[in-house]
Ligand binder design. Sequence first.
Ligand code: S3P
Length: 436
Amino acid sequence: MILATRPAASPLRGNLTPPGDKSISHRALIFGCLAAGETRVEGLLESEDVRATAAACRQLGMQMRRENRAVVLRGTGGEGLRAPTGELDMGNSGTAMRLLAGVLAAQPFDSVLVGDESLSQRPMMRVVSPLREMGARIETAEGGKPPLRIQAVDGLVGIDYASPVASAQVKSCLMLAGLYASGRTSIREPLTSRDHTEKMLPAFGIPVGEDCTVSGGARLQGTALRVPADISSAAFFLVAAALVPGSDVLLNNVGLNETRDGIVRVMKAMGADLEVLDARESGGETVGNIRIRYAGRLQGIDIPKERVPSMIDELPVILALAAASDGTTRLRGAAELRVKESDRLAVMARGLEALGVDLTEYEDGMDLTGGAIGHGLVDGAGDHRCAMSFCVLGQVADGPVEVSGCQNIDTSYPAFAPDLAGLGGRVHRPAGEQAS
Ligand code: S3P
């Protein structure tokens, strides 16, 4: 699917509540599925990735109904999970596959987790190896890739695991498996990744100790949750408003968890006029409204390596921002970008080069020097975040930018194009493009 952009003709203005946080929405569904009784979730993201998790949870016995603006989940806590009758299709979602693998690896029934073309290329040994250490029986396709064929087991044993990667998906997978294992399970990681699992489990009555320690045998109890707006979706408007002269945009109720707020810090360091208003606690997470005003061209920076996990999903749009800022931006320590929904370093490098940006790609990052943004055709390569980043950059190009490979924007932000247009951005689906 193609989206066509034109340079913005006027400032971006207005206010918007971006859609619900994807990471938190997946966890709300999975924990609600495991819990005894009902879990009421407000603000759940409605997107393809979250729908994949919801569908899998229903195949495992969860019931789900809408009540006004909330979704009410009836968990399986009482009788336990039901063996699925077919394969569980995780679509494009690595989070869905890796977190559910932790749950299913501990069950007394077989299951198979499959995904789309992109997910089928993503590394699963990072969860399969530690799960096997816990006693799980899992087969992968060649190269440690999906599908995951999980066999019934009699139980798992807890581990103390030092993860080689900073990954919330690995950490959360093992914590979930740990709930079904004997003894205690703890996980350490080289840098702190997003901590939504640690923050949300206590709301379901599960204590979490230092090093993400959980004890086997604890059972989740249904609760009420409120999902904040996703900072990873807000990021596109933060960058668009920082780039388009005269812009003034207010983004409401955005999750500002400090393991996720790297983009706010980086943009401030680049000189953005970005203000957090009314910061508050909501359901264990910090949320706030963000006002962003155009402040002239921003300045490139060295992105601190140790902060990379706190902006891992925002790096494509941060690279787009750097491309239209002054000076050089250096990114290192971001090799994980190569194993996301696409090889995001390569996809961003090719797209930015197509728009005339001067850059050098490294195995774990890139150096790029900002300048004028050209026009033409760029490929989002079926990666939602790269595709949206190019649409944002198109707002300050010197002519039309056509972004191909936009179909997976629906995995995280189905209303992205109308929302950007609603603030005054220029993006549309060319006539003749079929709905996907
Ligand atoms: C996520 C963790 C991150 C992130 C992904 C969502 C999560 O992946 O990139 O979009 O919800 O736990 P890793 O854990 O692999 O870094």
